[in-house]
Design a protein around this ligand. Structure first.
Ligand SMILES: [Zn+2]
Ligand SMILES: [Zn+2]
Length: 135
């Protein structure tokens, strides 16, 4: 369980109930969430407040956007590096920490005409989950 108050203080953010609740929700839920998910899970929290809070957190790199190809922006904590597999049938999302991207960065840069450095990356995989294959 993350310490929401410490995170806010470390980033010199005012400690507000909305900010604490959103950070705790990310920590408990452990899955990327969009603004609607968060508002619903916080029992009808104001969508505008949730949206603004996420923007503030994103600027400070406390959360990051994830593109799960679900038609809306998802967010998650940046606390540990990982990637996702998404079921294209039911939308199930699984996290994995295996990352080979740093190993291939050198070869990618060698072939690139325009780029000198790679500073970060995101990688999501798409497929069909076991439950959907059985149907
Ligand atoms: Zn599925
Ligand atoms: Zn990676």
């Amino acid at each position: 369980m993350l310490n929401a108050i410490n995170i806010l203080k470390d980033h010199k953010l005012k400690v507000t109930p909305a900010r604490i609740h959103i950070l705790e929700l990310f920590s408990e839920h452990c899955k990327p969430m969009n603004v609607e998910d968060i508002a619903k899970k916080l029992h009808g929290a104001d969508v505008v407040t949730v949206y603004r809070t996420l923007q503030t957190f994103e600027k400070l790199k406390i959360v990051q956007q994830v593109d799960l190809r679900k038609g809306s922006v998802f967010y998650e904590l940046t606390d540990h590096h990982h990637h996702h597999i998404v079921c294209t049938d039911c939308g199930k999302v699984e996290e994995f920490e295996l990352c080979v991207v740093p190993e291939i960065e050198k070869s990618i840069l060698k072939k690139s005409k325009s780029f000198k450095h790679i500073s970060e990356h995101s990688l999501e995989l798409f497929g069909v989950c076991k439950a959907c294959v059985k149907q």
